[in-house]
Design a binder for this molecule. Structure first.
Ligand SMILES: C[S@@+](CC[C@H](N)C(=O)[O-])C[C@H]1O[C@@H](n2cnc3c(N)ncnc32)[C@H](O)[C@@H]1O
Length: 294
């Protein structure tokens, strides 16, 4: 079979209805192209320029494995083994959440006033996308990246190495602001910024989520108690109670319906801070911004 015929056949099977995608006629074809490029180790542009090239039996089998995985709802990023974030490629696996485009807002916000000689604590780092992007964008910054998942931290370590920032990113395993993390922050003795994209979905969302997410992404990376706010609230309380000095800035990603509640919670804990909210590209409240001292 030639590439074009294999694509056409796969595109038909990957039609949006089957894989719960937005009602875009081309999604099946786009996904088939991505999977073909991955199978053959080529760019998408090469695939269409060689549409009449015959596939070998091994290539046909490998492509079919990818198509079947996708039909079983496996997210494309887990099939490819990577996801783009802020223009860079991050390795992902089933122990790491797939970084979402809305989290790129953390870096956009920092870009407005680039941090210098600062320690950034990336809480719940997953594959490391946020902390490592910060280290790449701001060369004088040091990052502490923490997670409670050892396997996620291993992947984040590989990503830091791949992006050449392993010398500036320290990985620590721990539950929120654990003693080890307090010690690392205090030893660094620099201005601290906290970036947190912790699990924030309420368990009640489970039924509404696409099977791609619920069946494949790590449960402990998605859901939190107290209508999804438990971890963010505990983190804020830890920051108030366990550090000698408050951070310069805390940025927390959250689920849009939590905006008012979280803002009120933060105001009561940090009455001295300036507290604002940033919207994502869809115009929804997405990141809580707590600033001190300016
Ligand atoms: C929503 S994912 C975000 C991953 C990454 N920051 C990103 O944006 O792609 C949340 C991460 O927080 C970690 N996590 C969950 N509970 C935690 C806790 N109590 N302390 C530290 N990390 C936690 C999960 O293992 C997961 O990697």
């Amino acid at each position: 079979m030639v590439i074009f015929d294999a694509l056409q056949n796969a595109a038909k099977r990957l039609r949006p209805k089957r894989i719960n995608c937005p009602p875009d006629q081309n999604v099946g074809w786009l996904e088939a192209e991505i999977l073909m490029a991955h199978t053959l180790g080529r760019e998408k542009s090469w695939i269409m320029a060689h549409a009449n090239r015959a596939l070998t039996p091994a290539e046909t089998r490998a492509f079919e494995r990818c198509v079947r995985a996708r039909l079983a709802h496996k997210p494309i990023a887990y099939i490819l083994g990577y996801q783009e974030f802020y223009g860079r490629r991050f390795l992902v696996n089933r122990y790491t959440l797939i970084p979402r485009p809305e989290s790129e807002l953390f870096i956009d916000i920092l870009m407005q006033e680039p941090p210098k000689d600062t320690v950034i604590w990336d809480v719940g780092t997953g594959c490391g996308a946020i902390g490592i992007s910060a280290a790449r964008e701001f060369p004088s910054v040091h990052v502490i990246a923490s997670d409670r998942s050892r396997r996620a931290l291993r992947m984040a370590g590989d990503n830091a190495f791949a992006h050449g920032v392993d010398g500036r990113v320290m990985f620590l395993r721990g539950n929120l602001l654990s003693r080890t993390i307090v010690t690392a922050i205090e030893r660094a003795n620099k201005t601290l910024m906290v970036l947190a994209n912790l699990p924030y979905l309420p368990e009640s969302d489970r039924k509404k989520l696409q099977p791609d997410v619920v069946a494949f992404e790590p449960r402990r990376a998605l859901f939190a108690k107290d209508k999804g706010m438990a971890l963010n609230k505990t983190l804020l309380t830890n920051l108030r109670e366990r550090l000698h000095t408050v951070p310069e800035r805390i940025l927390l990603e959250f689920d849009p319906p939590q905006s008012r509640d979280l803002k009120r919670f933060a105001s009561s804990l940090f009455p001295e801070a300036m507290i604002g909210v940033h919207n994502d590209l869809a115009g929804r409240n997405r990141i809580l911004d707590i600033r001190f001292g300016t």
